[in-house]
Write a protein that binds this ligand. Sequence first.
Ligand code: RP5
Length: 165
Amino acid sequence: MKKIGIVMGSASDLPTVRKAFDVLKEYGVPFEAHIFSAHRTPEEARDFALGARAAGFGAIIAAAGMAAHLAGAIAANTTLPVIGIPCKSTNLDGMDALLATVQMPSGIPVATVAIDGAKNAALLAIQILSLTEEELAKKLDEARRIAAAEILKKDKELADELAKL
Ligand code: RP5
């Protein structure tokens, strides 16, 4: 199975990114994570992206906050799918990172998830791998079935509660 690469701009992004680690572990997907910054360590970020396809990665998740150029800088140097996580910052609540990550110029896409949306970033990466990994497709289907059953259980509980009013 191909690996998922995860890069984040700072160790301060780790609390958000750990949620992606958890999902990838749950699905048994191999991953490698690094702290590389588009601004503070641009050469390391560039080299990682340039070598990612040959190194066996199937997609890259890039998380950054503030002037969040990391996902775009990674995407500039690979044609692997790049998933951007805009991280919440103190002053602008992540709107700065959201716009910096999502507003890519035509030709260099970054699939941007919600602010701090690490779980969806991991799920999207798994969905990409599931194109060739049948077992992952089955696990994704099962997770959707369980999530739907939970919602319907809550719906039934609500109906029962309202019926007693
Ligand atoms: C971004 O600046 C990082 O991705 C992080 O979200 C933000 C703040 O970084 P630190 O100053 O906490 O290292 O580059």
